[in-house]
Write a protein that binds this ligand. Structure first.
Ligand code: SIN
Length: 189
């Protein structure tokens, strides 16, 4: 998979003709909703877990010194909580650009608090993308986050904002909260 996934994502036809599409956000899309949406609701998807295993060359790091941001990793029995947005399909051009560093639009089923479910889209950075970093010791991930900066700002803000947003929504995430604790023991560079 090439590094810039924009062209690949533009070829998705699954929701052609739909007036609106549900988008599931689990990372910055939870706390940085700087796009027009029609409606938003807390939601979850099953079989996936959130991990700081994706490199960020364009937002929270650089190609030479990538930061770390979240992607989803398959895990049987896992539930990932996040925020669902009902959007106009026209918005995908903007979102594909924002998520271009390795993320592909993938069709998924998301569940809402009232027990209903909808098919929609999630941006997922698989392990075959060039920016993928994969697992590392939490201390090392926290250190990399503490040291990384990119055009969208310090990598630490991404982690701290995500942890705060999950807490506010009442969602647990042991990986995110443990990285937050590690980060707060480290001096920013
Ligand atoms: C998402 O938030 O759903 C995708 C990853 C990110 O943009 O942080």
């Amino acid at each position: 998979m090439s590094l810039d996934t924009t062209a690949h994502n533009r070829r998705m036809t699954h929701f052609d003709g739909h007036e609106s599409v549900w988008l599931f956000g689990y990372g910055s899309l939870i706390w940085k909703a700087d796009f027009d949406y029609l409606e938003r609701r807390p939601a979850s998807i099953r079989g996936w877990t959130r991990r700081f295993w994706q490199g960020s060359h364009d937002h929270r790091g650089t190609p030479d010194a990538p930061g770390r941001v979240v992607t989803l990793v398959p895990e049987e029995g896992a539930t990932c909580h996040g925020m669902a947005y009902r959007i106009s399909p026209a918005l995908f051009a903007q979102l594909d650009h924002r998520e271009k560093n390795g993320y592909l639009r993938v069709v998924t089923e998301m569940r809402f608090d009232d027990g209903t479910a909808r098919e929609g889209v999630v941006y997922l950075a698989g392990e075959d993308n060039e920016a993928y970093l994969g697992p590392a010791a939490e201390r090392d991930i926290a250190r990399q986050i503490a040291d990384s900066h990119g055009p969208s700002g310090p990598n630490r803000d991404y982690l701290l904002n995500l942890a705060a947003a999950l807490r506010e929504l009442g969602f647990g995430d042991a990986h995110v909260f443990s990285l937050e604790r590690e980060l707060l023991t480290l001096a920013p560079t």
